[in-house]
Design a binder for this molecule. Structure first.
Ligand code: GDP
Length: 706
């Protein structure tokens, strides 16, 4: 007979999971009362279990939305916190502890919060009801509580006692009703008491005459009346499991022992209260039915319209989104793998080694003051032979295995980072970093074998590098290109300095620097001579090096500071020195280019005269060998393993919840899924409501003629 309530409670729970729109609210019973009026005891008597936290320091700080679900076919009794997803809780003391924790999470300074706690209790012993327990009204605040607490509680309760809710005003029999905060609050919103039920607790604490007078309801009449209860369970409870029976026996005994309580028009007992609540709620639900149907219909139409307009009625699932995303990650990776092959690896390694060749040439040849004599040196000149061996060794023994492998790893990781930051991974930061992590892991696992392989295979070049005419010619060609590029950037830098400082000023500054250098050289020379003489006077043959260095430093510093102050600012002088360097370098490069293009460099026999070409030829051989092994050991392995790891690490261990979380990380998908879900739930609700409306019409139709 209470089917409407049962069905509408289901509807209410669905609606609560999609939004908290006021229009979609179905009536609940709101329990209000002063602190210690016996609110918790009444609720526990209705549920039949002790489950509410108790204590003196205000343990109800948040509204508890309690849904009781009558399960006639099952013996099981349990609670559920749908917001927490803890599953079924069969131990009611565990429910009590959880409620305590949730309430105490609201700090003492804040004291109350309007964020409600949802709790559902399933049992064959409970009626279908929705009850909302609110913090008790207080008279005075203690020193730890905020001054405004009293008002905050009133405000919170006011929010809940609005229509269409039913108010359960709990008052203790031993406190004058004139002082009842609960009745005061209810009278403000429901002056006739059409939706207020008065519950008078602690009837055992007052004389029957007084008690019955209160229940007769003459001073503060309520349309739904007052019900007297005794909710204090007897102290010697043996059966802890269900408190109802013991409590009701105790209560029954009490009311039966006083004949006044069996008079007409007097309502007493927890059982009466339960029945009353069910009736009143059912009636109220029936009244709300048509308005809620209208409100849901509107919401549903809106949701359908939006779904059509925004998504063209296209349904998606989180699963299909995950599948698409994974495909697209693999697809992007494949594109990258296609575009990054041997030629690209070769380019990277070659560029690195060419730079090294340039550095070696600059360090060992172009800054050597004898370089101008190189073309004229004899073929068996040990100085140049030794230099060539040294530079070749510097190249081959520089740890090519590690550096080239690392270089390719870096380039690969840079590309993976690009991949991780673009669609679709940009919406999924965790997955994105997972992808980077396992990419890095694969590459790290391959690093040492690759580096070792490369190093082993370049080993012969450390002793001897043979080359064919063709390889030599290539080396010459390559080094000419390189040097021309170097020359170009040298000249460009020089032009830049000239343009920023001005031709004339730069020329003057250069002259000044060169003069100063000459001057210094002279002074140093003189000083050395002085010291030499002084020392020989003191009959020592060697010049103490430290003395020499410090005296030379003295001269240089003094000179610099003095002249700088006179003419140029130090920045200009700095640029002038740079310009001198670039001019010299440019000259040497031109000279070396001429040599490389001359007959002297035509054959590999004259490698001594053309170190740039020789080193480039070596670099090319190293590049070729390194790339071959990097390709096989690192690149191919990486391209093969990556898609497999995507499956292993991103897909296989995902459960339904994770799939949903993943999909919702993408804001577009989230909106799409949410609207779809909303539409689905509203449709489900609408179906249930339509059934109830038909049923209600039938009932009324049957009632009508009678
Ligand atoms: P709340 O603060 O309004 O939730 O009040 P409680 O339910 O915690 O009750 C306050 C105190 O009153 C507790 O010590 C209860 O045991 C006691 N109490 C509750 N109902 C009754 C009753 O019907 N009779 C008697 N004698 N004591 C009661």
């Amino acid at each position: 007979f209470m089917l409407l309530t049962k069905k509408l409670i289901e509807v209410r729970n669905i609606l609560m999971s999609i939004d908290h729109n006021e229009a979609l609210r179905l009536p609940s019973i709101v329990v209000i009362g002063s602190q210690s009026s016996g609110k918790s005891s009444v609720l526990e008597a209705i549920v039949g279990h002790e489950f509410l936290p108790k204590g003196s320091n205000m343990v109800t700080r948040r509204p508890i939305e309690l849904t009781l679900i009558h399960t006639p076919k099952s013996k099981e009794e349990y609670g559920e916190f749908p917001q927490l997803g803890l599953g079924k809780i069969h131990d009611f003391s565990h429910i009590q502890q959880t409620l305590r924790d949730l309430n105490l999470a609201v700090s003492e300074s804040e004291c109350v919060s309007n964020k409600s706690i949802e709790l559902r209790i399933y049992s064959p012993n409970v009626p279908d009801l929705t009850l909302i327990d609110l913090p008790g009204y207080i008279q005075v605040t203690n020193k730890n509580q905020p001054e405004t607490l009293k008002d905050k509680i009133v405000e919170l309760c006011d929010q809940y006692i609005r229509e269409p809710n039913i108010i359960l005003a709990v008052c203790a029999a031993d406190v004058d009703l004139a002082n009842s905060e609960a009745l005061k609050a209810s009278r403000k919103v429901d002056p006739l008491g059409l939706r207020t039920i008065g519950v008078i607790t602690k009837m055992d604490l007052v004389e029957p005459e007084i008690g019955s007078a209160i229940l007769r309801n003459t001073d503060y009449p309520l349309h739904l009346g007052y019900i007297g209860v005794v909710c204090k369970p007897p102290t010697n409870r043996n059966n802890q499991k269900n408190i109802t029976s013991a409590l009701m026996r105790h209560e029954e005994q009490f009311f039966r022992s006083n004949y006044v309580y069996s008079q007409r028009g007097i309502q007493v007992g927890t059982g009466t209260l339960r029945r009353k609540l069910m009736e009143v709620l059912e009636e109220s639900m029936a009244k709300s039915l048509f308005s809620i149907v209208g409100a849901v219909q509107l919401e549903l139409e809106e949701a359908r319209y939006q779904f059509k307009v925004q998504y063209n009625d296209r349904r998606i699932t989180a699963e299909s989104y995950v599948a698409e995303t994974i495909d697209s990650i693999k697809h992007n990776f494949k594109d990258f793998a296609h575009s990054f092959g041997k030629p690209q690896v070769r380019h990277e390694v070659r560029t690195m080694l060419e730079q090294r060749v340039l550095d070696l040439c600059a360090e060992l040849y172009w800054t050597d003051s004898k370089i101008v004599d190189l073309t004229k040196a004899s073929a068996d000149d040990l100085y140049w032979q030794y230099k060539l061996d040294m530079s070749s060794a510097a190249l081959t023994k520089s740890g090519i295995g590690r550096t080239s492998t690392q270089l390719v790893v870096d380039v690969l990781m840079a590309n993976m980072e690009k991949l991780a930051s673009m669609e679709p991974l940009n919406n999924h930061p965790d997955t994105s970093s997972k992808v980077l992590n396992f990419s890095n892991e694969i590459l790290r696992n391959k690093f040492h074998t690759t580096a070792d392989q490369v190093e082993n295979c370049v080993k012969p070049y450390k002793y001897e590098v043979e080359c064919s005419e063709q390889e030599w010619a290539d080396g010459v060609k390559r080094s000419i290109i390189l040097l021309e590029k170097e020359l170009e950037s040298c000249d460009k830098a020089l032009r830049h300095i000239r343009n920023t400082i001005g031709k004339k000023k730069l020329r003057a500054a250069i002259k000044y620097v060169l003069d100063a250098e000459k001057e210094e050289a002279k002074r140093v020379q003189a000083r050395i001579k002085d010291i030499g003489e002084a020392n020989s006077e003191a009959s020592t043959h060697t010049i103490p090096l430290a003395a020499l260095i410090s005296s030379v430093n003295d001269v240089t510093e003094e000179g610099d500071v003095e002249h700088t102050r006179l003419h140029f600012n130090p920045k200009v002088l700095e640029r002038a020195r740079e310009a001198i360097f670039l001019r010299d370098r440019s000259m040497i490069l031109k000279y070396r280019l001429a040599a490389l293009k001359s007959r002297q460099c035509k054959s590999p026999e004259s490698k001594q005269y053309c170190p740039e070409a020789f080193l480039n030829m070596v670099a090319e051989k190293l590049t070729y060998t390194a790339v071959m092994f990097i390709q096989v050991e690192l690149l191919n392995e990486f391209f093969f393993q990556f898609p497999r790891e995507v499956d292993n690490r991103l897909v296989y261990d995902l459960d339904r919840k994770q799939i949903l979380t993943f999909a919702k990380e993408n804001p577009h998908i989230r909106k799409h899924l949410e609207l779809q879900e909303r539409k689905r739930k509203l449709e489900e609700v609408m179906e249930k409501l339509n059934y109830l409306v038909r049923r209600q019409r039938d009932i009324e139709g049957r009632k009508g003629p009678a």
